[in-house]
Write a protein that binds this ligand. Structure first.
Ligand code: NDP
Ligand code: 2IT
Length: 443
């Protein structure tokens, strides 16, 4: 049995009931096979066995008092997956679907993504099954403070540096950082995605969405084209989706769809992003409200956002949101390129369908790495007590995304899979981590 297959089977057997983690491991370990075959030193050093086992993981109780005076209990998670190249780094997700499996898949992907950025950050992820939707400001604050009452002892600027993800934006980061500071008495860069008023980096809010579009810019350039005049289908209407839409429009494209968990809007004239920002960022409303802003737009409940004709697709909502049926629609409509804003937007079958039909595809760990990359720049600014301009951060981000694209593309070519960015990104990310693990001995 091949080394990768054996490790994968053992990890699946050891961690039953973790389907998302199995999915993420399967994709990565399968693409690592050619490289591992050439380098028996990795098997000898049990690198894969060590990679699939988190360094440690915490599951904790998060009790808080709601506005009726009742006590609510949620479950908190933090998986500190791998610190071979830097302190654990990765977001915190608040969503009712959060489970250990989801946090482990995200943490596992984060190891490779963070390695690809070229910056010194290890991999981790956390979250809770808490649902911020419909909660009052006070309830969200009470929850965030209770989450930190437990988690603060395991994190720190040189230890584990969380940030946002689904359901965790500037507001939640502010409440969590405030509580961390109160509990530890330390004003350090222990969190990223902070407000600009208290140590955040300019450009972090925009970074994931802008970075995603910079990745696509490189992909389109290889295809001999650019964003100008293209129709872009975007899913989601949160942080990543909104800034991907803004940058796509700045590059001359027309964003034709956006969505949330209830449905999607199709505006063939081009989405009015200011309207989406007002609905989502100011009022915390639903995307269905968009049609009150634009009479030409249509709202579809329960429909498949990928059925709207487009040239470029940017899934920016959540895992497994673009499966075989969505891929089929994109192929049918002549889409030329897909880049994942969300982590693991597609499954393996859908990815293969896209690739086999000549749709240029970038996996999330390359395409959405701009967010964590600017988080690492926020850490650098915090530790040197300086603040860079928006232009400086954006310039660095654009270069980092070009570097990630170039190294993923070059690695795919080196291993005879030219243009397969899934293989290229996994291999390029892996090489650096494995090297760091080998140099540090059996730890
Ligand atoms: P937000 O919470 O800001 O937005 C999430 C969006 O996705 C919302 O529109 C939400 O709709 C939708 N969504 C969430 N869960 C589901 C679901 N189960 N089904 C359908 N729609 C859903 O999160 P972000 O924009 O920050 O994150 C989006 C994706 O990008 C995630 O996969 C995240 O891991 C990834 N990512 C985020 C980074 C960041 O810096 N924020 C960095 C790299 C990746 P609704 O409001 O109805 O829930
Ligand atoms: O998935 C991700 O890369 C994030 N949610 C951002 C992580 C970070 O630490 O900025």
């Amino acid at each position: 049995m091949l080394y990768t297959d054996r490790v994968l089977q053992e990890a699946i057997d050891k961690n039953p009931n973790e389907p998302e983690f199995h999915q993420a491991m399967t994709e990565i370990l399968h693409t690592l096979q050619p490289f591992i075959d050439d380098n028996p030193k990795y098997e000898k050093a049990r690198i894969l066995e060590r990679l699939v086992e988190p360094e440690r993981q915490f599951i904790f109780r998060v009790p808080w008092v709601d506005d009726n005076g009742d006590i609510q209990v949620n479950r908190g998670y933090r998986v500190q997956f791998n610190s071979a190249i830097g302190p654990y780094k990765g977001g915190i997700r608040f969503h009712p679907s959060v489970s250990l499996s989801i946090i482990k898949f995200l943490g596992f992907e984060q190891i490779f993504k963070n390695s690809l950025t070229g910056l010194p950050i290890g991999g981790g992820k956390g979250g809770s099954d808490f649902d911020p939707k419909g909660k009052s400001e006070r309830e969200v604050m009470a929850f965030c403070q209770s989450f930190m009452d437990e988690f603060y002892r395991y994190m720190g600027a040189d230890q584990d540096v969380p940030a946002g993800d689904i359901g965790v934006g500037g507001r939640e980061v502010g409440y969590m950082f405030g509580q961390f500071k109160r509990l530890t008495g330390l004003y350090t860069g222990a969190f990223t995605g902070k407000g600009i008023a208290y140590g955040g980096s300019l450009g972090r809010t925009e970074a994931t969405g802008y970075g995603l579009v910079y990745m696509m810019e490189n992909m389109l350039s290889t295809l001999g084209t650019n964003f100008s005049g293209k129709r872009v289908a975007i899913s989601g209407s949160g942080n990543v989706a909104i800034y991907a839409a803004i940058k796509s429009a700045q590059f001359g494209a027309k964003v034709v769809t956006m969505s949330d968990s209830n449905g999607y809007v199709h505006d063939p004239e081009g989405i009015d992003i200011e309207a989406v920002k007002e609905i989502k960022e100011v009022r915390r409303g639903r995307i269905s409200e968009y049609i009150t802003y634009r009479s030409n737009a249509k709202y579809y409940e329960n429909g498949l956002v990928w059925s709207a004709p487009c040239d470029i697709a940017l899934p920016c909502a959540t895992q497994n949101e673009l499966l075989e049926d969505g891929a089929q629609e994109l192929i049918k409509n002549g889409c030329i390129a897909v880049a994942e804003g969300s982590n693991m937007s597609t499954n393996l079958a859908a990815t293969k369908m896209l690739q086999n039909n000549n749709i240029f595809f970038s996996p999330g760990k390359a395409a959405n790495a701009g967010g964590v990359a600017v988080s690492a720049l926020e850490m650098a600014q915090n530790s040197s007590r300086v603040a860079w301009s928006f232009e400086e951060v954006d310039y660095k981000l654009r270069n980092i995304m070009a570097d990630i694209y170039n190294s993923s593309y070059a690695t795919s070519e080196q291993y005879g899979m030219k243009g397969n960015l899934v293989a290229g990104a996994n291999l390029a990310g892996f090489k650096k981590i494995a090297e760091a693990m080998l140099l540090q001995g059996a730890v």
